[in-house]
Design a protein around this ligand. Structure first.
Ligand code: GTP
Length: 359
């Protein structure tokens, strides 16, 4: 089976992390998010993938190339302006001559794709939509089904009175190629609102494939953080953390520094005396954490310099930032190349755009 992965969104809710880095490339335990998605497809015998790109396409293509490193054939289709979920797949229609998978490129899930493919062909479905449970379904699109899993109704953002199920669209579909005849070319179009409801009205068989396996989208900084944490504590079967603290190659950690897990320290990092890192913590490669700095429950990308006595908690710090001596950063998200001056305390909850000098 082939797959289309949608990776052309603007990722506005994940800003400032996605100003320079596409959402698909944000690091999860120091590997680009999309690499997990591609590896999982490979495990389920998908051998050819189309990446539907628009915003910040080049870094994705530069990193993955033709896909041979991951044992997969990758094709790239570029939209000049984002065409929405269905418009993006329509753009890739020439590649799609048999039932195919469509994946939102910002979802991490342990969903059994092989079982979903079997279900799709056995039920002779035109479109099969994976479902996942959520606690509060009122801000999502709900999908109601009959006892055999055939979809009977789509319900957008219901009030609590209307809620009859907690199962929502999990952003993974298997589609027959003729579904794409419902999508006009080069037109912004969405599966959720403009393709699936008309298919249902026409009486076409649409099935749902529910699963309560691990599922997380990285749409917001909070969820991005949760995904990293969940992987570190073994909530997904795609990452087995055997050690509490994973140290990278060529790291130089002073014997008086304290690292408590779960933690992943990237390669070529230096941690000076009496610095304290308490997990979940992830640092990318080339970070320098100077004496008495404290990092707690945070994600630090590559080449970040944290100067003596600086304190970082519940924050995400993107590439090449410099946090001055004694600065305090809490519950904040810093884009690339941000400098926080020595002694400055950032307002908790700050989101700082790339290149800013604060304080
Ligand atoms: P927000 O701006 O924060 O809503 O993020 P987003 O732009 O990524 O939108 P959303 O979370 O709804 O998108 C879900 C998935 O579909 C993500 O993987 C997006 O990259 C992808 N996506 C959304 N819109 C488009 C589009 O127009 N074209 C392509 N190729 N992908 C899209």
């Amino acid at each position: 089976m082939k797959a289309v992965i949608l990776v052309g969104g603007l990722g506005t809710r994940l800003r400032p992390l996605t100003i320079n880095t596409p959402k698909a490339m944000v690091p999860v335990l120091n590997a680009p998010f999309l690499e997990y998605v591609i590896r999982r497809l490979r495990q389920h015998n998908v051998r050819e993938i189309v990446l539907a790109l628009s915003h910040l396409a080049q870094p994705i293509e530069d990193y993955f190339g033709n896909g041979s490193r991951l044992g997969i054939r990758l094709n790239y289709i570029l939209e000049e302006t984002p065409l929405g979920t269905a418009g993006a797949v329509k753009n890739a229609e020439n590649f799609l001559d048999e039932p195919f998978l469509v994946l939102n490129g910002d979802i991490f899930t342990d969903l059994d794709l092989t079982a979903m493919m079997d279900f799709h062909s056995k039920s002779r479905s035109k479109a099969t939509i994976a479902l996942t449970p959520v606690d509060d379904p009122t801000s999502y699109g709900l999908i109601e089904t009959d006892a055999k899993g055939r979809v009977t109704r789509f319900l957008e953002k219901p009030s609590w009175k209307q809620v009859t199920t907690n199962m929502i669209n999990a952003g993974t579909y298997i589609l027959e190629p003729d579904v794409m005849s419902y999508v006009p070319p080069q037109t912004k179009f969405s599966f959720e609102h403009e393709v699936f409801p008309p298919l249902l009205e026409q009486g076409e068989p649409i099935y749902a494939y529910p699963s309560s396996c691990y599922w997380m989208d990285i749409g917001t900084p909070e969820k991005y953080f949760w995904l990293n944490k969940d992987l570190l504590i073994g909530k997904s079967n795609q990452y087995h953390s055997v050690e509490q603290v994973v140290i990278g190659e060529q790291d130089n950690i002073h014997p008086t520094a304290q690292v408590t897990g779960p933690a992943v320290i990237g390669s070529n990092c230096t941690i000076w005396q009496k610095a304290r890192l308490s997990g979940p913590v992830i640092t990318g490669s080339g970070c320098i954490i100077l004496e008495n700095a404290i990092i707690k429950e945070s994600i630090i990308w590559h080449d970040v310099r944290i100067e003596p006595g600086a304190q970082v908690s519940h924050s995400i710090i993107a590439n090449n930032c410099r946090l001055g001596a004694g600065s305090i950063i809490e519950d904040s998200v810093l884009g690339d190349n941000v400098t926080v001056s020595s002694g400055h305390r950032l307002e908790p909850g700050s989101k700082i755009w790339p290149g800013t000098i604060v304080g």
